[in-house]
Design a protein around this ligand. Structure first.
Ligand code: MV4
Length: 444
């Protein structure tokens, strides 16, 4: 096992990783920007190094600063968390070449899954279902039109280097395809420095359901069931749960097997997530694979009793998985609400000083956060300030518990989305499990 790891992240996930490392008797090194001197991850780590100015591109995204910090403190491994450099194949490759263990898959696998065209081709190779698509990048308007006519409208244009919903164009008619194609290309070039786009059949009102995987260096791969993540706004998830009210044991096994097949065939190692769209008839289609620990990992931890961050660290150090597939058991229902420092109506970020804080507690309640009374939330980063996670025997019990915990939570000094989260918990469609990716549109 490692003696010392560096955490290349901030906020609640940096704290989450420090906790896992301490329980494994690993020393921790935090890195921080000039805006994060007073952050909780800096206080909780065994050591901390400033890596640059507040702007992410000058600090948490600055590969040379982070590699320098690794060398100064002589860390054996780097945990990237989520966001920032977590899915940078370039960073993973530099770590490989510097002899520092990147706690994640190989840079080769990150490149393969980071490109949505190569990722879909890998899925097709092992018969993981995908929506009808162009099967290649599109050269011009004419070939785009040919493919769209064959697939049938509506279609969606996606950037090969995109993901998380950035740079997508929904197209309903032949007449609007040309302009959408050029717009998608231009946006993809600006956002990702790669203008390659492809076309896919558009799936109407689907659910977003993802499978959690663990894969070790010895070829063992297990799935830990699904998470329902349909409640999103502008591709930011707000409420996640496990299990999904739309998944029965048979569908879980089919989706789990599909995800495991993909991971095995590409030589995947680490925790990972395979995202699917699930249509109203219960058909599932591969969308993309996330090669990092995800924000919503706690709901899977609650229903499986496993610690996914400890598993990531053990896997990276070469240990085998602590479970086989038949040892994985699911218990009860878990829901996570993301608490953002933002105006609950306009969604405008609300940074500032926390003047009063009371964190809910009691049986089945978990709060992952890095805020404390008197802490000032900087304006430079993501508005996520806490994750409230509940675990209860049934989905209805979990909704009741979440409602109670949201009502108990007191955060003063900044505005939060707690009022919106409470509205969601009281919504009849949510309570009935009638949710799809358009669910939140009725709240604004
Ligand atoms: C789609 C789709 C419908 N049909 N692809 C958005 C995130 C990225 N992972 C893929 N996304 C979508 N791809 C086809 N062929 C609808 C979405 C989508 C979406 C997916 C999951 C959760 C929220 C979403 C919101 C809008 C669109």
């Amino acid at each position: 096992m490692f003696n010392k790891i560096l955490i290349a992240n901030r906020g609640e996930i940096a704290v989450r990783i420090i906790r896992a490392a301490r329980e494994l008797d690993i020393r921790t090194v935090a890195v921080y920007s000039e805006a994060d001197r007073n952050s909780m991850h800096v206080r909780l780590a065994d050591a901390a190094i400033c890596i640059g100015p507040a702007k992410s591109s000058d600090s948490y995204l600055n590969i040379s600063s982070i590699i320098s910090a690794v060398e100064v403190v002589d860390a054996e491994a780097v945990h990237p968390g989520y966001g920032f450099l977590a899915e940078s194949a370039e960073f993973a490759e530099i770590c490989e070449n510097c002899g520092v263990k990147f706690i994640g898959p190989s840079s080769r696998v990150m490149r393969l899954m980071g490109n949505k065209i190569t990722a879909k081709k890998e899925a097709e190779k092992v018969r993981v279902p995908v929506l009808a698509w162009s099967r290649t990048g599109l050269e011009d308007e004419k070939s785009a039109l040919e493919v769209a006519k064959k697939i049938g409208f509506p279609v969606i244009i996606k950037a090969a280097s995109g993901g998380g919903g950035r740079g997508m164009k929904l197209v309903h008619t032949q007449a609007s395809l040309g302009s959408a194609f050029h717009l998608a290309r231009r946006e993809a070039h600006t956002a990702f420095g790669d203008d390659q786009v492809f076309i896919e059949k558009y799936c109407e009102k689907p659910r977003h359901i993802e499978i959690q995987l663990l894969a070790d260096q010895h070829g063992n791969v297990v799935h830990l069931g699904e998470r329902e993540c349909s409640i999103q706004r502008r591709h930011q998830k707000i409420v996640e749960e496990a299990p999904s009210p739309a998944v029965n044991p048979r569908l879980r096994e089919r989706m789990g097997d599909a995800a495991v097949r993909l991971a095995k065939s590409i030589g995947y190692v680490n925790a990972g997530t395979v995202e699917f769209l699930v249509d109203r008839d219960g058909n599932f289609y591969f969308m993309e694979m996330n090669t990092r620990i995800q924000v919503e990992h706690p709901v899977t931890e609650m229903i499986t009793g496993m610690d996914l961050v400890k598993e990531q660290i053990r896997i990276a150090s070469g240990e085998p998985l602590s479970v086989r597939q038949r040892d994985v058991k699911f218990s009860g229902h878990s829901i996570e609400c993301r608490i953002n420092a933002e105006d609950p109506r306009t969604f405008v970020p609300s940074p500032g000083r926390i003047t009063f804080l009371y964190i809910p507690g009691g049986p089945g309640i978990r709060v992952d956060t890095a805020i404390y009374p008197g802490y000032t939330i900087p304006s430079h980063y993501d508005p996520l300030i806490a994750k409230l996670i509940v675990h209860a025997p049934t989905r209805l019990d979990a909704i009741k518990k979440m409602t109670r915990a949201l009502e108990e939570f007191r955060i003063e000094g900044v505005r939060t989305n707690i009022p919106l989260l409470l509205e969601i918990m009281k919504d009849h469609d949510f309570i009935a499990g009638n949710i799809d990716i358009d669910f939140l549109s009725k709240f604004s």
